[in-house]
Write a protein that binds this ligand. Structure first.
Ligand SMILES: [Zn+2]
Length: 46
């Protein structure tokens, strides 16, 4: 079973399950809203 990661995959920001700024991508990875904006601006990571 996949587990939700408690930190942003990109900047390691703490993302508690109740965090309103947590974003989950299609592949079950977790990013904070700031990194989502960065990623969306710069293209997909990797
Ligand atoms: Zn982040």
């Amino acid at each position: 079973m996949l587990e939700l990661r408690p930190n942003c995959e990109y900047c390691d920001k703490d993302l508690p399950p109740s965090a309103s700024d947590a974003r989950i991508c299609t592949y079950e990875c977790t990013f904070c809203s700031n990194c989502v904006e960065t990623i969306l601006s710069n293209g997909p990571v990797g």
